[in-house]
Design a protein around this ligand. Structure first.
Ligand SMILES: [Zn+2]
Length: 234
């Protein structure tokens, strides 16, 4: 997908895939915008209703006084390049890249990843813009807990490995995320990630453990619900 950008000189039109499409199918621009947005919103709806990762995070945020509303805090948009999503701290909104998310499993992961940033933002008042360490920590947590590095995802990338491999995956994905949003050198980013890695990798809140699979996320969600009920009865 990235290669097309280099292969053809398109005067920036690679940033607007839907305009490109209209070149081939006249008059379909409005229609394709409609379906892209709709598909994105439907997949988002399905994610927040059925993904145990998302449900746990939404519950935890509600408990922390940061209730998330699907219509207000999520926005399906077209994005540049191959970005899948982002968390806009200034508006507390999660951006979902409707042009780059085509499968439900991908949507579930992006929603979870960005909800972890939103959770960190809610609980810790993260200083995203001035503290590089805060950003690095949240990226480590998002890569670690969202299933970005779960076994099947890794398998599909032809990376076989053991326990240590999960850590390496988390480290490299966190680095990649930081380099995508901050103009810093790779060395600088690596230094900060290493500084905070140990404590942020071991901070599993609100999951209580690393949910390596959907099944484990379901167990974590069940525990979370139990915890919630327990406190409600006090
Ligand atoms: Zn991230």
């Amino acid at each position: 997908m990235d290669q097309t950008k280099e292969q053809e000189e398109d005067y920036g039109y690679s940033l607007f895939p839907e305009r490109k499409k209209s070149k081939y199918k006249k008059g379909s621009l409005g229609e394709s915008l409609f379906t892209y947005k709709n598909k994105c919103q439907m997949m988002l709806h399905f994610a927040v209703e059925t993904s145990p990762y998302a449900k746990l995070l939404l519950g935890a945020m509600k408990n922390s006084g940061c209730a998330v509303y699907k219509d207000r805090h999520f926005s399906c948009e077209d994005c540049d390049g191959t970005v899948s999503g982002g968390f806009d701290a200034t508006t507390s909104q999660i951006v979902l890249c409707q042009n780059n998310i085509h499968q439900q499993a991908h949507m579930n992961r992006v929603v979870t990843h960005e909800l972890i940033h939103a959770f960190d933002h809610c609980r810790a008042h993260v200083d995203w813009f001035n503290s590089f360490k805060h950003l690095a920590c949240s990226e480590i947590r998002a890569a670690n807990l969202s299933g970005d590095c779960s076994f099947t995802n890794e398998l599909s990338r032809f990376n076989f490995g053991l326990k240590k491999h999960h850590q390496e995956c988390v480290r490299s994905r966190a680095l990649r995320s930081i380099l995508a949003v901050r103009k810093v050198s790779r060395e600088e980013a690596e230094k900060v990630v290493d500084e905070v890695f140990e404590s942020c990798f071991n901070d599993h809140s609100p999951f209580g453990r690393i949910p390596h699979s959907k099944k484990e996320a379901k167990f974590a969600y069940r525990d979370f619900e139990g915890r919630d009920r327990y406190y409600a009865n006090l």
